[in-house]
Every structure is written in C-alpha cells, then in structure tokens.
Design a protein around this ligand. Structure first.
Ligand SMILES: [Zn+2]
Length: 577
C-alpha cells in the first residue's frame, strides 16, 4: 500500500492539488499562497514541489497531498486515497483502501461501515425509483418550487406508505436485518420478535451525504399516512435517521459536500435550517448554503466550516424558538472568531419561500445582512409581550441578558468597543455602563471553552523556541544531506554528540526549517556559508563565556586561558567583518 501512496505522489504534484484550492505564486523553487486553513492577508503558506510538502508559517499546518486533501475536504484518509488515486489514474490493489484503513482501525469496523454504506445507497436508489412513479409527489415538489433537475441532483426520493416495502426490497438484495436496522432504515418489531419494519413511511426522502457525496443517512418529510393506519395521531413533520456508525448529527452538515468549493471560493457560508431551504437556495444560485440535519449548531460543525471560510450568514426561522437558537449559534460562532451576519426576511417567510417566489430578493437579503448583534438587538424587541413593545425597561433587561453575552463573546476588544457603542446608543445609556456589564461576563462558558480545545481554531502552541545557534544549525542540518561538505563542516563545528541531540530536538520542526532555508535565497551554497558562519560565531561566543568564567574562578594567572581568550576574540573579529 505504501508503494501505491508513493506512486500517487509521483503522478500528482502537490502544486496541482493545492493550486486547485488556492492561488499559488512562484517563490524561488517553491510556491507561496494565502493559507487555506487560517485567515491571513499576507501569504505564509509554502508549497515545495521537490519534496511534495506544504507548510504554513502562520498556523503550522503541514504535510503532503494526502493530509492536504483530508484537511481541506474534511474527509478521512481512505477517502482521500481513493480520490487522489482516481486523479492519478492509479488503480488501487483490490480492496486496498479498505486494507489500509483497516490498519488504522479494526477490519471488522471498516467492513461494517462499508456494508452500512451499501445499505444507504440501495435504499436511496429504491426511494428514487419510487418517486419516479409517483406523479402526485412530484407535483407537490413542483408546487414547493423544486425543479426536476434539483430532484435529480439531490437524489430526492419517496418512501412508500407501507410497513415493509423497503425492508423487503433490501432483504431480497441480500442485506441482513441487522445491517438494515443499524443503517437506520429498519426498526425491530416489538410485537413480532425477529421481524423488522420500515422506519420511513409515506415520506419525501432527502439523502444526507458525507463530504465525498456518499449517502450516510436520510431525512424524511411527511407526505401521507400508511393506508388503513389506526393511529390518529399527527405524524412528525420530519423524521431523521438515528445516529449510526456512519451518521453523527453533530458533525454532519446537509449540503456540505456540494457547498464546500463555493464556500471557499466566495468566502461566505449561508446556514439554513431545513432541507427545502437548502435545496432551494442552491437551486436559486446560492451554492454556498449548508443546513443542519435535525440538530443544533455545534462546535464540530463550526470547526468543519472554519477551514473554508470565517464569514457566516445565519438564515433562521423567524419564530421565537428560532431566535433563541439563533442567538446561541451566533454566540458560539462569534467566540470562535467568525464574522456572523443575519439577513432580514419578511415576517413569517423562510429562505425556501423567498427562493421560490423571488430568488433575487433572497440574494439581496443575504447580501445586505446585518451584523448578528445589530440584527438581534432589533429582533429581541419583538419577543416582548404584545402591549409592552414600547416598554424601555423591559427591552433593556432583555438586551442585557440576550445581547450583551454576544458582545462579550467577541474575541477582539476593538470589535467589542464597536458594539458597546452601538448598544449604548440604542438603549440611550452611557457607554461605560454597557462596558462594565460586558466585562462582568465570561467570554465563553466553561464547557464551551473545553469543547473548543481540540478544534483547529485554537492557536497552535509554539514549540520551545530554539536559540540562534540551534536555529542556524538546524537550517543547515535539515537542508543538506549528510554527505554534503556543508553538513560535514557543521559536524566539525558542533561535534557529533551535540548535533545528534540537536537533530532530535528540532525533528518536529524539520519541514519548517527546510522551507525557511529555501526562503533565504536561491543560492544554497551562499546561504549555507552564511549560516555556518552564524553557527561558528555563536560557538565562539559560548567559548569566550566559558573561558572568562574559568579565568574568574582561577585565582592564579592562567596564561593558557588568556591566550585562548585572545585567539577566540581575534576569530570573532574576523567573523564580524
Ligand atoms: Zn495557516
């Protein structure tokens, strides 16, 4: 398998891969770009075609084509391997990617995941073919504004209003009851042990895809009851897949696979709540839209999105519950450094309505979104009970509890000041009073801080800073091969033991040092010379200090030491010239 990894690397260059996502500029033997993993104005992301590596001097991300694709697409290694193999025209040895994955995870787990994926795919194809035969459901989708092309692109389908049609179909295709249940499509019967029945009945089906557009779950919208159902209760409007080994709600965003490139390119994320909102936004020319799949926004969602863009537009349900969850989502995103905005829709309208009635108006609403804090500052007034909308004291109270936490969540003091002024003006109270209230609030609740610990948003702790000598030596050490005369001279200067220790200490920074060396100039001989001199200078300074200490400790006059000192000083003078 490793040989296949190498083969792919030899066929797909790193600058081709990275260049598909960011604009690369030539910089000597390397390329330079603005880092796709953190926000920056001046490019500090370096790509080396010779070594097939990349390294960011801003956020320390580094690696090869595989880690780059994994990181930027939000996919796992086997998936990145498959994608790049395809691109390189390399045929992976039979089940190679599975075997490789298996070496990182148990084979049983991976085998099972593959089987569950197959169940998801078979169920999706079944729902699609059922929809093709149901004119009435298609007509309904048309009235909702969904085009035939969108149905195809998003693979919408229909789950028949029956207890067992899907399960029968899957069983006849060789899937086991356990797999059908575990993939979330079947439910074990309590009355007839050993039997399974369909989870989704009489519903319009929206498949939910992973980052590489494979179906991992579904969401079903109610359409009709099962014929002859005795149960009179109103069915849930939406039923989603349960959590499965493939589907983790807190990590999956509906539409992410199709939206990610547009998000990166346009540097903007539109987050909506429902399935219809999502597909209609895409249909209306807002391809940077993603949706939550039946859960609240989480840190994991945000950390996934933050790799693509830090500009988030929240398109929320206009009701009170939507407002509450919107404020919570905004606080979380603001604290993580997102620029958060909210578009204003007409009362009672959601993005799906607007997309159907007037896509241009929807785009305009997104374009003219207000900053989240200003939006909520206005919106919370509407949550006051009727008749008290003009009650300034009640409004102040609600701003204090709902809006000031948002201001406190802002990581930048300058930003905070900006909004302190806006809130003070709106409430007609002194800025100092607002500032004092904001200062009282913790920037982030404790559990949220813990949750962000592992996220890539967190600044990378700098490794122990090497001394000047160590840095200069490291630059030579990792650039020149052992047999090169510059390397050999370094051994003479520092000695084997010391160099060995240094190599171990600096090993984690090797790639950074290689890029640094290359950034020092195109002439490696000249750069090497300059660095060796710097090392020698540092070594001599060290020795001078040692000799001086020895002289100080020595009561008698040691002519030997004095002589050594003057020799060292002379060499130091020479080097300084
Ligand atoms: Zn970076």
């Amino acid at each position: 398998m490793d040989s296949q990894v190498e083969e792919i690397k030899s066929k797909v260059t790193i600058h081709e891969v990275v260049g598909g996502y960011v604009q690369l500029q030539r910089a000597g033997r390397n390329f330079r770009a603005r880092c796709p993993f953190h926000r920056e104005r001046t490019p500090s992301f370096m790509v080396s075609p010779e070594r097939g590596t990349y390294m960011c001097f801003g956020c320390s991300e580094h690696g090869d084509i595989f880690s780059f694709v994994q990181k930027i697409e939000g996919i796992d290694f086997p998936t990145a391997l498959r994608q790049l193999a395809e691109r390189a025209g390399v045929v992976l040895v039979s089940r190679g990617s599975r075997d490789y994955a298996a070496s990182r995870n148990t084979p049983e787990v991976k085998e099972k995941e593959e089987r569950l994926r197959d169940v998801c795919e078979a169920a999706t194809a079944f729902f699609e073919s059922t929809l093709a035969g149901r004119k009435d459901v298609q007509d309904y989708l048309t009235t909702r504004g969904v085009s035939a092309e969108t149905i195809k692109t998003w693979r919408l389908g229909y789950a028949p209003a029956s207890w067992e049609e899907l399960c029968k179909h899957l069983l006849s295709n060789g899937f086991s009851k356990d797999d059908i249940v575990e993939a979330g499509f079947g439910v074990k019967s309590e009355r007839k042990p050993g039997e399974v029945f369909d989870r989704f009945r009489g519903r319009i089906m929206f498949p939910i895809f992973d980052a590489s557009s494979k179906v991992i779950a579904v969401s079903g919208r109610f359409f009709e009851k099962v014929l002859g159902a005795k149960d009179d209760s109103e069915p849930a409007k939406y039923v989603n897949s349960p959590e499965t080994p493939l589907f983790k709600k807190s990590r999956v965003l509906y539409g992410y696979d199709r939206a990610k490139n547009a998000i990166r390119k346009l540097d903007c994320i539109l987050l909506v709540e429902g399935q219809f909102d999502l597909i209609l936004c895409h249909q209306s020319g807002l391809p940077f839209t993603v949706a939550l799949s039946g859960t609240a926004l989480t840190h994991e969602h945000l950390s996934l999105l933050s790799r693509l863009s830090k500009r988030l537009v929240l398109a929320l349900d206009a009701d009170a519950a939507g407002l509450r969850s919107g404020i919570k989502s905004a606080a979380m995103a603001l604290a993580l450094g997102f620029d958060v905005k909210v578009p204003t829709f007409l009362a009672g309208q959601d993005p799906a309505d607007l997309a159907r009635e007037n896509p241009e108006l929807l785009k305009a609403a997104v374009r003219t979104s207000k900053t989240a804090i200003e939006f909520f500052l206005d919106a919370v007034r509407g949550t006051l009970p009727a008749g008290r909308q003009g009650d300034e004291r009640a409004y102040k109270k609600i701003v204090e509890t709902q809006i000031l936490p948002l201001v406190a969540a802002l990581p930048s003091k300058i930003e905070q000041e900006h909004f302190v002024r806006i809130v003070a003006e709106r409430l007609r109270v002194p800025e100092d009073a607002i500032r004092a209230e904001v200062a009282k609030r913790p920037a982030l609740p404790a559990d949220d801080v813990a949750a962000t610990k592992d996220s890539p948003l967190q600044e990378v702790a700098p490794t122990q800073t090497p001394s000047q000598l160590e840095r200069a030596a490291g630059l030579v050490l990792f650039h020149f091969p052992k047999t090169h005369h510059t390397h050999e001279r370094l051994v003479v200067l520092l000695g084997d033991t010391r160099l060995q220790a240094l190599q171990e200490k600096l090993a984690p920074d090797a790639e950074r040092l290689r890029f640094e060396f290359e950034s020092l100039g195109d002439d490696e001989a000249l750069t090497g010379e300059a660095l060796l001199e710097a090392v020698e200078r540092a070594v001599i300074e060290e020795e001078i200090l040692t000799v001086r200490d020895a002289l100080r400790g020595d009561a008698g006059v040691s002519s030997e030491l004095t002589q050594k000192l003057s020799l060292l000083k002379r060499r130091e003078q020479e080097l300084r010239k």
